[in-house]
Design a protein around this ligand. Structure first.
Ligand SMILES: NC(=O)c1ccc[n+]([C@@H]2O[C@H](COP(=O)([O-])OP(=O)(O)OC[C@H]3O[C@@H](n4cnc5c(N)ncnc54)[C@H](O)[C@@H]3O)[C@@H](O)[C@H]2O)c1
Length: 437
């Protein structure tokens, strides 16, 4: 990644396109509308509330991130997207039951005006859903062309120069990359032949990149982990990032595990189970969709604990993750963790975590930050995988062959150092020798 001579200023409006306008997307939109009218605060958003230390500890320079780097303003965001259901954002937010009617009614008019465009959908990729608002083309290249036309129409209608996309749709089936995904040439050929290995999310990502729209992947879908779409992002000089928003249980895991590892405390077992009752939970009740999530959730401990370096501490770790669909809970997930650890001379101890969280409340600020930071990347001229945005993902994308950094604190340091680097400030190493010279 080259340091740009300058970062283009965020002038005009910024489009936000979301394939999938369910609980997460509507909680994000409603929250942003409330925050920009000063009716609520965007808690959980680093771009809106976070600060960044610059220079030495004695300099007392700690601006807000949004005052330090040139970000778009919440006021400048214009929302759009696609969904299988006709519900406008007000109806979808009401059905999702994440935010109270008192909250969403304050922005009812703006939410009601946001109507999803017809989706690209193949039921074999999300078995638990059937769509009513679906594009009628059957050829996959024609579907990609129709999605591109949607994006151009959205930009024209709202007089936008720039837009970013964040996948907020359901989790697709687990599938592995095959020949058709390997290069852009084979992928475009596959689109023309409607190859079954091309999923809806790949068609959205292809259409977005072809229309100069950076793409962030909020689900564990394969989408951007393909040679073809990485090649396209490079060719068109667009940033991409993913995958799978890091919210409840995995957020906790990447906070706790680095602490245990840094104190050289051993772990024999980590059992995680969740109950949740929203539509995401229903989709994940299908074993093929759950498999995508399971792979994304299991990876984090391996790279944080590095059992190959510490076989005595983590070589026998048994890690299990379950998600149970339990409708009475709606979006208010409960995640339990039982962690079997051991200390000095091998004496066993246990840690129990019971996190009564709210899935979409944790995900919404991540969507906002990804919108802001992906747009910043675009204006800075960064292209391809944006590893510095790992902070937001359960299963961060990296260069091929490079293991991901899952430790939340390293991810945070990495992100802040990138912002310092971008703005010509000294990187912070935390060495601190200068205070004692
Ligand atoms: N909430 C969290 O904490 C969290 C964390 C990590 C990842 N995620 C992921 O974010 C995504 C959204 O979660 P949610 O709770 O909003 O789910 P949701 O079920 O409420 O919303 C998803 C929406 O996507 C739509 N959809 C599915 N396939 C589509 C397609 N091909 N085109 C357009 N629309 C499509 C569905 O109709 C639905 O309205 C899921 O994949 C979920 O796994 C959520």
């Amino acid at each position: 990644m080259k340091k740009p001579a300058s970062v283009k200023k965020p002038t005009g409006k910024l489009g936000v396109l979301m394939p999938g306008m369910g609980a997460v997307a509507t909680t994000f939109i409603a929250g942003t509308l409330l925050a920009r009218r000063n009716l609520a605060k965007p808690f959980g958003s680093l771009t809106q509330m976070g600060t960044i230390r610059l220079g030495k500890r004695t300099e007392n320079r700690t601006p807000l991130i949004k005052d330090f780097v040139p970000l778009a303003k919440m006021d400048d965001l214009v929302f759009g997207g696609w969904d299988l259901f006709h519900d406008d954002a007000y109806t979808a937010a009401s059905k999702a039951e994440v935010l109270s009617p008192e909250h969403i009614n304050k922005v009812k008019d703006e939410l009601s005006a946001i109507k999803p465009m017809p989706a690209v959908f193949f039921p074999e990729y999300v078995k638990r859903l059937r769509g009513e608002n679906v594009k009628t083309q059957t050829n996959k290249m024609e579907l990609a062309e129709a999605t591109r036309a949607d994006i151009r129409g959205f930009k024209d209608k709202n007089k936008l120069d720039r837009a970013v996309a964040v996948w907020c749709g359901s989790t697709e089936n687990h599938h592995e990359p095959v020949a058709v995904h390997q290069s852009l040439k084979s992928f475009e050929e596959g689109l023309r032949k409607s190859d079954p290995a091309i999923s809806p999310s790949m068609i959205y990502a292809y259409a977005c990149l072809m229309e100069d729209v950076p793409y962030a992947n909020g689900a564990p879908n394969l989408t951007l982990e393909t040679g073809a779409l990485r090649e396209l992002a490079h060719e068109r000089q667009l940033p991409v990032c993913g995958k799978d928003f890091k919210t409840g249980q995995t957020l906790m895991k990447t906070i706790i595990a680095p602490g245990l590892r840094s104190r050289m405390l051993g772990i024999n077992g980590w059992f995680s189970t969740n109950i949740l009752g929203n539509r995401d939970g229903e989709v994940l009740d299908d074993p093929d969709s759950f498999r995508s999530k399971e792979v994304s959730k299991l990876g984090v401990l391996e790279t944080i604990l590095q059992p190959e370096l510490h076989p005595d501490l983590y070589g026998k770790l048994y890690h299990k993750v379950r998600i149970e669909y339990y409708p009475p809970r709606g979006d208010q997930k409960e995640g339990w963790d039982n962690i079997d650890i051991f200390g000095w001379l091998g004496y066993p101890m246990q840690i129990k975590i019971d996190f009564l969280c709210r899935d979409s409340i944790l995900a919404a600020p991540i969507v906002l930050d990804l919108v802001m930071l992906t747009d910043l990347s675009h204006r800075a001229g960064f292209s391809g995988v944006q590893e510095w945005l790992s902070f937001y993902f359960k299963s961060p994308m990296t260069a091929p062959g490079l293991y991901p950094e899952n430790d939340l604190f390293i991810q945070s340091m990495k992100m802040k150092n990138l912002l310092r680097w971008l703005q010509g400030e000294e990187l912070i190493t935390h060495l601190g020798n200068e205070y004692y010279d």
